[in-house]
Each structure stands twice: as structure tokens, then as C-alpha cells.
Design a protein around this ligand. Sequence first.
Ligand code: HSE
Length: 306
Amino acid sequence: MKKVTIQPPATVANLVCGFDILGLALDEPYDTMEIRLLDEPGVIITSKDGFPLPKDPAQNTAGAPLIAMLEELGQPIGFEVIISKHIKPGSGIGSSAASAAGAIVGANHLLGSPFKKDDLVRFALFGEKVASGVKHADNVAPCIYGGITLIRSIFPLDIIAIPAPRLHVTVVHPQIEVRTSDARQILRKQVLLKDAIRQWGNIAGLVAGFIKQDYDLIGRSLEDVIIEPIRSILIPGFDEVKTKCRAAGALGGGISGSGPSVFMLSKDEATARSVETIMQEIYTRIGLDHHTYVTTVNSTGVKIIA
Ligand code: HSE
């Protein structure tokens, strides 16, 4: 039987100011998945741990992309997906994207790589649609491409890999669940022109800062005047985490994706570790269970292990 083991990484979407258009891949955590090629049509989903993943492939974030790929291929084959989830669903670090991207990259590999990266993103978006009701690519694109990606357009897909300096990323996941669909529902549908202008400046500044390796510019641009003021209400301790981590030397940061995880970027590992201590102290004091990661930007995306 043809099979492949892969590791799709966690991702941080939005990167504060770039709602739905910017994201980066993390070295840790990552899921482990085995994809098997079947000689009868269909998709089977098997969870190897306690997470209650939907068994109906059409409702599963790994299954829906594979169904879309099989429809396009038009061959009488199928896939079994065995998932060991380490990226907790609802954590805000791209759990659904990892399942979707992992399944599709693994399946493409088993078929001899007939599809390009943009096609893989296009299929993986079906998983995001199942998870949040919307095809946003700011988790699946960095998960598949690695590094930092800009999604200039989704229809048609236009993904740009952004070169960036070495960055250390600290993530805290307070153990509450925020569903992306809920966190999208509460957003205002219209923005003021003055806020849009400030946001455009920040997005352009952030991308320029990455490319020019200008850490001060990156730090100044990590500001969100549109989404964060609304969503941060869902995250206990958010303002304190942000203020204290910046004071400790972090370049800046904010809500990871739709939350509740919060991330901070730092220039060096020592700062990233002090930021972790600050996050731990705050959530211990608040009395909220939490999990932290100190990691770096994953430059390769989904890894094929064996
Ligand atoms: N851009 C999406 C959102 C990312 O913020 O809703 C979800 O992980």
C-alpha cells in the first residue's frame, strides 16, 4: 500500500494588521498525519487521539479538500487519513489549516505531485470553508509554502512569499476556545476610511519591514486598528500581555488568527524567552490554564517525513 507520513505546521494568521492576507508558519507545534492511497473511491478519516474530529469526510477539514481533489482528478481512487493532532482545534494557530494542508500535500505526494502549490492551496481552502464558513488562505498558504506569505487575492489566487529576517515567535494559548466562525461574526462589516488608511500604512510597512530586514519598522507596523479592538475583548489579559511583552523588548504582536492564542515576535531567543515568562506569569495570576511555545519561522511548510 502506498502511504506517506507528513508534518503540517501551526501557523499564525493575520500578523496583526493583515486580516485574511498575511500569515507565517511556525516550527512548532505541528501535527503528524499518515495518508494512504486506496484503490477504491472515497475518503476515510481516522483520529489517532482523543480529539472528536468529524468522521464524515465532507464535514472534516482534511476530508473536504481531498474530495475536491478527487473530483478534479476523476480517477477511481481514494485516501485514508490518519491524524495525530498536536495543534489543538480552536486554538488560533491554524489547527484546521494544518489538517487541510497536510492531507492535500500528502495526497499530492502519493500521486507523484501532479499539482502545483497554488492548486494545493486552492484545494486546502475547502477545509477552511468547512471549519469557519469562509475560504481564507492566511493559514493554509503559509502552511503549504512555509515562511511568511501574502495573499494579494483569493479569487483568483495570488500568493506571494515574503522574505523575512530571522524572527523568534512566542505564542501563548490560554485554554479557552474561540471558534473562528464566532470571531468573524462579531466583526463590523464596514470600516472608517481613516482606519483603513492607517491599516494600509501598517500592512505596507510590515511587508517592507520584513523585506528590508528593518526590525524597528516591523515593530511600528504591528498595529491593528480594525479587528483587534473588537476581538481582544474575547481574550482575558490581552492588553496586559501586549504592553508588558513590548516593554520587555518584543517587536510587537497581537491575536494569533482569530484567537485565543496571542503571539509576539522578537529579534532574539533570549527576548522571546522573557516574553514567555511574562505570558506565563500573567495567565497564572489570572488563573487560566495556558500553554506556551517559543519557536521560529518554519521556512519549508508541510514536511514529508517518510
Ligand atoms: N484570517 C482568519 C481570521 C484567520 O482572523 O478570521 C483564522 O485563523
